[in-house]
Write a protein that binds this ligand. Structure first.
Ligand SMILES: [Zn+2]
Length: 179
């Protein structure tokens, strides 16, 4: 298990546009994906994108089942049931006109939560670790989590959706807490 350091906003590496991954995956990239999962579960978080550990590649991991704290803290099942998903070179093929607002947080912006409004449903194409392409529709929490994670691959954070003043206050708080 290799838990990596999670970069905290503001950090220029969180603002890079990530490069696509080529197949077959190299051993290095396989190790990065493993480390991303370990880091996400250790944090704990429901999603982590490669730039959050300083890797500028189009990879994210999520576990939106494990999100439930009842599952996570079940004493009979330490660690909880897991549903690790690996998303490589993801691309949205469609986003709904209908919008939904969810409270979001981010491992790179600790202890900060804010409402963000995004398309309620999305159609996604992505590749798995074997290089197979997949296409699927998502709504509800998974749709939010995926849009949040894939924003990271474009150098975008959820606080970018907030007012400039609010963003400035958050940035100031992060600099104070994590310098
Ligand atoms: Zn995030």
């Amino acid at each position: 298990m290799a838990v990596r350091e999670i970069l905290i906003h503001p950090d220029d590496r969180l603002r890079e546009i990530c490069k696509p991954v080529s197949f077959p995956l190299s051993d290095d990239v396989k190790q990065i994906i493993k480390d991303m999962a370990d880091t996400m579960y250790d944090a704990p978080g429901v999603g982590l994108a490669a730039p959050q550990i300083g890797v500028s590649l189009q990879i994210a991991v999520t576990d939106t089942v494990w999100r439930s704290s009842e599952v996570r803290h079940d004493p009979d099942n330490p660690g909880g049931s897991r549903e690790l998903k690996v998303w490589i070179n993801p691309e949205f093929l469609w986003k709904s006109d209908e919008m939904a607002t969810w409270e979001e947080g981010c491992l790179s912006v600790p202890e900060t939560f804010a409402d963000v409004t995004r398309p309620a449903a999305v159609r996604l194409r992505w590749f798995d670790m074997e290089g197979e392409a997949h296409e699927q529709d998502f709504d509800g929490f998974p749709a939010v989590a995926l849009q949040h994670e894939f924003d990271h691959l474009l150098g975008k954070l959820f606080i970018d959706y907030l007012s400039p003043l609010k963003r400035k206050m958050i940035t100031k708080k992060m600099k104070k807490l994590y310098k």
